[in-house]
Design a protein around this ligand. Structure first.
Ligand code: AMP
Length: 319
């Protein structure tokens, strides 16, 4: 029997998971349980580059675990863990850091974007791609399901692995492939089509959270920023119409059709009618995952409040 390939992916506990996380990473990752040996983790060390409150880290870790639980993560058959549970990852990070040039790290988008915004860049953020390379390489991963924003980090992982293999004249670390699925691999903010949908955006209207109810989902789509023109009839127009491109991309992903089909069907029409259909589709697609997600989450609270053991208490280290 041939061994299944390994799929690895992580997600930072820096906020409530949103539609971008779902389409870019969680949905494909969950699907891959059927075909791969999977290793999924909550990237609590990565989160430390910007999270300072221990309680938030804990709550977001529960949120993510609840999301994976409600979406069909099979905890009995597949590894699901916190990054910090495996100290060897940070040990390997140091070895790899000693082989990685500063110049390579200076090319990383996360660092460049933060510097361009004049943010104070800590060494954690600067060397983030090395920790990520270590996460991927330590489990001998073959594929990594991620959103498009992580493509460059995966390329850096390959560079670091190759450097190790060349320096020591070995064929130790395998080549790793990013797996970028679907039509909505970079979901943009609902308030600004040029910005990635993210947990850290101050406006809750910029994203659809995996815990949002049907009314909130529909309202956020209704209020999503658009432009004054009618919907574009072909993808060539998308570059100048980022909000339209984002919403039409979401429709294509939810309905499992191509962007071209969505352009053919809605091009020339009004945003208001399109948004109504998109909202109905989004609710139909997202409510099945988000209802159990909210209830798994509140179930944990209920159980903890009544001081009974919860199946999620292991995350406290007390279960
Ligand atoms: P993060 O929230 O940065 O820890 O990202 C966790 C996973 O979600 C990564 O695989 C990202 O590529 C993916 N992801 C995050 N934001 C988006 C987005 N706006 N669109 C698509 N994928 C995303």
């Amino acid at each position: 029997m041939t061994e299944k390939k390994r799929s690895l992916s992580g997600i930072k506990p820096t906020g409530t998971p949103h539609l971008g996380n779902y389409l870019g990473m969680i949905k494909p990752a969950i699907k891959m349980q059927a075909t791969h040996q999977t290793f999924y983790f909550i990237a609590d060390y990565h989160a430390l580059t910007n999270i300072r409150e221990p309680q938030s880290l804990k709550e977001y870790t529960y949120d993510l675990t609840a999301t994976f639980a409600s979406l069909g993560m099979e905890f009995e058959n597949h590894a699901f863990f916190r990054q910090s549970d495996i100290p060897e990852v940070t040990e390997l990070t140091w070895f790899l850091a000693c082989l990685t040039s500063k110049g390579l790290m200076e090319r990383a988008h996360a660092f460049k974007d933060a510097s361009a915004k004049g943010q104070d860049v800590n060494m954690g953020l600067f060397s983030y791609p090395i920790l990520m390379a270590s996460d991927i390489l330590i489990y001998d991963s073959h594929v990594v399901p991620v959103g498009k924003d992580q493509k460059q980090h995966l390329e850096l992982t390959r560079d670091i692995a190759q450097k190790f293999n060349n320096d020591f004249g070995v064929d130790f670390f395998p080549e790793v492939e990013p797996l970028i699925f679907g039509t909505a691999t970079r979901v943009m903010s609902l308030r600004d089509g040029t910005k990635k949908m993210s947990k850290s955006d101050p406006s809750d209207y910029s994203r659809i959270n995996m815990t949002d109810n049907a009314d909130a989902i529909a309202k956020k789509i209704r209020k999503a920023k658009t432009d004054p023109q009618s919907l574009p009839a072909n993808v060539e127009k998308f570059e100048a119409r980022p909000e339209a491109a984002n919403l039409m991309g979401l429709y294509a992903d939810f309905s499992e059709t191509s962007i071209e089909d969505v352009c053919n069907r809605f091009g020339g029409g009004e945003f208001s009618a399109f948004k109504k259909q998109l909202a109905d589709l989004a609710v139909a697609m997202l409510r099945p995952p988000s209802v159990p997600c909210a209830s798994v989450r509140s179930g944990r609270r209920g159980r903890r409040d009544s001081r009974r053991r919860s199946d999620l208490l292991w995350l406290d280290g007390s279960g």
